[in-house]
Design a protein around this ligand. Sequence first.
Ligand code: NCD
Length: 339
Amino acid sequence: MAKIKHIISADQFDPLVLEKIFEEAEKIRKTEEGSLDTLLENKSIALLFWEPSTRTFLSFYNAILKLGGLPIPILNAGKFSSAIKGESLKDTIRSAADLKVDGIIMRHNQEGSAKIASDTMDRYAPKIPVINAGDGKGEHPTQMLLDIYTIWRAKKEELKEGKLTGALVGDLQDSRVLHSDVKALIKYKTRLILISEKGNNLPKEILEEMERKKIDYIKTDDIKKFAPGIDFWIFTRLQTERRGAYLMERKEGIHTQLQRKFNQRFGITESLISKMKNDAIILHPLPRVGEIPEWVDKDERAIYLARKENAESQVTNGLYLRMALLKMIFRKTKTQAGW
Ligand code: NCD
């Protein structure tokens, strides 16, 4: 198994590696909850975010702190770094390396940007790992890790045995979260119900991979039809920022109209929830903008945010998972598997 340094795509992870990361996250959850570690002592990690973020940024930031490291945040990097003066992505990344950061976590609006950054590091500063925290409509591999970790926690054996049916709902075309999630779920042979507007499809290469791996899947625009057989649901918002006329539409209120129409068809309603399995789980990478109304939060199946203190929370899982990932990347001795 190849040694993993950069985290660029969900393609890099197979169930064996995922299992190791999840077990590490479980250990952290149980034994080190809230406590500081020293693994990242004297290590500084740049958080270069060209695009907005709440959870990914905060969880990485907190994970670095809890491991004893020093986060260097540059939020809105498009404005507050020299990018606004026309600096190239490569020069920004090379400068971070020349300034002796020990790692780079980046979110950028351009698909493929994380790969450009990691190739740049391989050439100029090969010890510095790059973690993709979202590259345009490309991928979001660490969100995939926490999504699958959340499913693994709830339904470990069925996941591993390929016995689950999962619904991926919303913006299949532009949601980088769904792209990364599907890539991983293919490896678990999960049966997939892909629910979106007609014509809103997963990227061609992912669909081809599903065909190659003979994944049992259905594409539908009917959110209720298969609900009684679905074990987990991953909802997403309409990625309006990936659609050209975003700002104009927003000004004219079309943006909200679009969203409202989308939510009616691809969001949770009372009639949908009444058809869901009793032991189904409901995930959402967040932010939600109406696809999951707040009244759903009380439902025990809803685990995107903690329903009450210490209840299961996909967001909290993101913290432990990212701590585990950082530990595995920066740990001095690696296992044979590359971890
Ligand atoms: C997602 C993202 O940025 O792709 N958010 C996240 O990281 N939790 C989902 C989204 O923005 O819709």
